[in-house]
Design a binder for this molecule. Structure first.
Ligand SMILES: Cc1cc2nc3c(=O)[nH]c(=O)nc-3n(C[C@H](O)[C@H](O)[C@H](O)COP(=O)(O)OP(=O)(O)OC[C@H]3O[C@@H](n4cnc5c(N)ncnc54)[C@H](O)[C@@H]3O)c2cc1C
Length: 396
């Protein structure tokens, strides 16, 4: 098995690296916002950068040309994802949601008009989607959702509440799951909609996350009227589309590269930091921890490559995505733990302290890693999927 990249692909990687070096504003690295740590200023930089990436065709490189893509191979898409993650480009979960989860689902199920209207703008970096799935009484059991969409004349009228809606306060559109047939079995009465977040009747309330930032929201829908043409795919067949969108959500391909950068920084820190007169890189426990996590991250990289390879063969990753997601979340948590142990008490300091190692990044990663393995379906739910779809075990 040969996992190496071709010469042309390596050249592409160099081209991306050089471009990122030139185009990421210095201010971004001063702010250094990690996942779920956006501020008004960092958000403005991200959006501007994403538009630039879109103009270059690199935001959605594998999309068909007619919808704003370059039809690059999925290997090149993987290279781009790795370089964006490794170089900490101003591209975060909102881009994943929009470009890699929602738009590909619209590509599969949407009308030609929807594709032209939304996907081309996604590829240009002009619009952002949020996900309207979870409700206070529908998380793991998502099919229990109760938000209603009722057909009235040329419109659907939506009533209900969503929760944990990431970037709902910043998004242009919501990719919404709502019940269109309350009498059908719960998986059979759901439909998917595109909802303009500026529509009257939508109220957004912030939920502050563990990092003390506003990334989640409660979103309330009170008689929200949307045009009928905003239904995506078949009415009452939305569950199927939702499951496909969730498979896309679970198949992130850049995560190992992001973590590789952290591992390299920890290795450097261990070489430069002395305890009791000796570099901690000589400590067998530190070496053991770093070597162990490096092995795990390498395995994760191979899992990401498998997903990219499946896309390149037009195969749809299903339980394979769940496997990658479970493993990625657990490696992320273990890496954060390894980092905290190596940094010792200094690891608890945030970036406003001059004593904070690695700008407080590990501590913030430690906190945010708790939510990885819950969003997109908890690891218990992913394991149920692996058991059923991957191993052929009966439904538990
Ligand atoms: C970082 C983050 C971002 C998110 N972003 C969004 C978003 O943008 N839009 C959105 O709609 N939602 C979002 N969510 C919500 C997320 O999808 C839900 O939190 C998740 O599906 C779990 O649902 P719940 O919180 O209701 O927990 P519950 O479903 O109440 O689960 C509680 C616990 O019970 C376990 N459990 C439940 N059922 C089973 C079972 N059958 N077998 C075994 N164990 C089970 C779960 O694993 C979990 O540990 C986000 C969540 C996080 C953490």
């Amino acid at each position: 098995m040969d996992f190496s990249f071709s010469e042309e692909e390596e050249q592409f990687r160099q081209e991306v690296r050089l471009w990122l070096k030139r185009e990421i504003p210095a201010r971004w690295f001063e702010l250094d916002p990690g996942m779920w740590e956006e501020t008004e200023e960092s958000w403005a930089i991200s959006r501007e950068f994403q538009r630039k990436l879109g103009q270059k065709g690199w935001l959605a490189p594998a999309y068909p040309k007619e919808y704003g893509g370059l039809e690059l191979s999925h290997t090149k898409r993987l290279i781009l994802a790795e370089e964006l993650a490794y170089n900490r480009a101003p591209v975060s979960v909102e881009v994943e949601i929009t470009v890699n989860w929602v738009a590909p689902t619209i590509m599969l199920f949407g009308t030609e008009k929807q594709k032209k209207d939304y996907i081309t703008r996604v590829a240009r970096g002009e619009i952002i989607f949020c996900l309207g799935y979870s409700e206070p009484d529908a998380g793991s059991d998502l099919a229990a959702l109760q938000t209603r969409a009722v057909e009235v004349g040329d419109e659907y009228v939506i009533n209900g509440q969503k929760i944990w809606c990431s970037y709902g306060h910043l998004a242009d559109y919501c990719w919404l799951a709502a019940r269109t047939d309350p009498d059908a079995p719960k998986h059979k009465g759901i439909s998917m909609f595109i909802v303009d977040m500026k529509t009257p009747g939508i109220t957004i309330r912030p939920l502050i996350n563990i990092l003390n930032h506003h990334s989640f929201n409660e979103v309330f829908f009170d008689d929200v009227r949307i045009p009928k043409e905003n239904l995506v795919g078949q009415k009452n067949n939305g569950w199927y589309q939702l499951v496909i969108a969730l498979d896309f959500e679970r198949s992130s391909i850049g995560v190992a590269a992001r973590q590789q950068r952290i591992i390299e920084e920890l290795v450097q820190y261990a070489k430069e930091t002395k305890r009791n007169g000796e570099p901690i890189s000589n400590d067998p426990l530190v070496r053991n921890e770093l070597a162990g996590i490096a092995v795990e991250n390498e395995v994760l990289r191979m899992m990401c490559y498998r997903i990219a390879w499946m896309y390149s063969k037009n195969l749809h990753p299903s339980y394979e995505s769940s496997m990658t997601m479970v493993f990625a979340s657990e490696v992320t948590r273990r890496l954060a733990n390894v980092g905290m142990r190596i940094l010792g008490h200094y690891g608890q300091l945030d970036r406003d302290s001059k004593w904070a190692p690695l700008q407080g990044r590990i501590m913030r990663m430690y906190l945010s890693s708790l939510s990885i393995g819950v969003g997109g379906g908890s690891n218990e739910i992913q394991r149920n999927i692996i058991a059923m779809r991957g191993l052929g075990l009966p439904r538990g």
